[in-house]
Design a protein around this ligand. Structure first.
Ligand code: FAD
Length: 295
């Protein structure tokens, strides 16, 4: 017999009032794909469940000047199909399209993907590369904004307070001179949790054939998705050619080696990083298809 009290706020003001009652044992309920599974699997129950589905303000996707703002209850199916996301953050649409199954994508939300803080969370890797900010509201009605990388404090851990809800995530919308992609590898080809993911964004000068403002994020290695400044610097100003593809792949492999030294999965992930890096590189369509020189 369930004991958790359920609150169903109908707007931001009611959400604030509900958050006032939150304790460390309370939970927000978005799509429920992580939360309900964990309640069943681990046989526990929160004291209070706050259902976000009635808070319309959290479901909005809009372009504010040059900033793309995505409400926290936006589902992966919506992200994957939304024209603004596809135009200004293609890597995020691609990441959303690769989450779980169609049934999961229809209900699971971007806010839940962040708050659950799995190192394997696909949209989180894409959002880290996009330099995303997280917007929140708390029980006293206070709004706050901080970088996503400050919200993610470790595997399954965030800096969110028990009475704090993610309202939206935002980042600078990518212009037409950017190429961007997301690639992941798992233990199966579909409906699979990432063993490694890469999000790549470059500014491409088509006349000179060069790359700049390179952003690389890796996920499912270590505690949380991260940008690799060393690798980004290495590619800065380089021609988008086969040698750069090779450097990118070697850099991804090195990033994996530095992130999980001694881990049993290291040999597999280092090998996977090379193939995945080439997949990401080729998906940008900058030059003729490049292939790794295995062996
Ligand atoms: C079969 C299956 C396959 C999956 N495959 C993938 C996959 O391929 N890639 C991937 O990344 N994930 C995958 N997932 C994980 C899951 O779908 C995502 O993490 C999802 O984004 C969680 O969102 P939700 O809306 O369902 O969150 P919920 O389950 O409702 O909540 C998850 C946690 O976040 C908190 N929370 C939710 N919304 C907010 C908010 N707005 N503010 C603060 N806290 C909040 C909740 O309190 C809870 O602690 C899979 C899950 C399943 C069951």
């Amino acid at each position: 017999m369930p004991n958790a009290e359920l609150l169903t706020p109908g707007g931001l003001q009611e959400l604030t009032a509900a958050l006032q009652r939150a304790t460390p044992s309370s939970r927000l309920l978005a799509g429920g794909t992580d939360l309900i599974r964990s309640m069943h699997q681990d046989h526990w129950e929160p004291d209070l469940l706050i259902d976000l589905s009635g808070v319309r303000e959290l479901a909005d996707v809009r372009l504010d000047h040059e900033t793309l703002r995505i409400g926290s209850t936006t589902t992966f199916a919506e992200l994957q199909a939304h024209p603004l996301v596809r135009r200004h953050a293609r890597s995020l649409a691609e990441a959303a399209a690769q989450v779980g199954s169609a049934q999961i994508r229809n209900v699971a939300t971007v806010g839940g993907n962040i708050a659950n803080a799995s190192p394997c969370a696909d949209t989180v890797t894409a959002l880290v590369a996009l330099d995303a900010d997280v917007h929140t509201i708390d029980g006293s009605g206070r709004s706050a904004t901080r970088p996503l990388t400050e919200v993610l404090t470790g595997s399954g851990r965030t800096s969110l307070a028990p009475d704090e809800a993610i309202t939206a995530v935002s980042f600078a919308a990518l212009g037409g001179d950017r190429r961007t992609t997301f690639a992941k590898i798992g233990s199966r080809s579909t409906v699979t949790v990432a063993r490694l993911s890469i999000a790549l964004i470059v500014k491409f000068d088509a006349d000179a054939g060069t790359l700049s403002e390179v952003r690389v994020a890796l996920g499912a290695v270590g505690e949380a998705a991260f940008r690799d400044a060393r690798l980004e610097e290495l590619l800065e100003g380089r021609l988008a050619d086969e040698e750069s593809a090779r450097l990118f792949a070697a850099g991804c492999m090195d990033a994996v080696r530095r992130s999980i030294p001694g881990r049993y999965s290291l040999p597999y992930k280092q090998h996977a990083a090379v193939g995945l890096a080439y997949d990401a590189w080729n998906a940008l369509g900058l030059c003729d298809r490049c292939e790794p020189a295995w062996g």
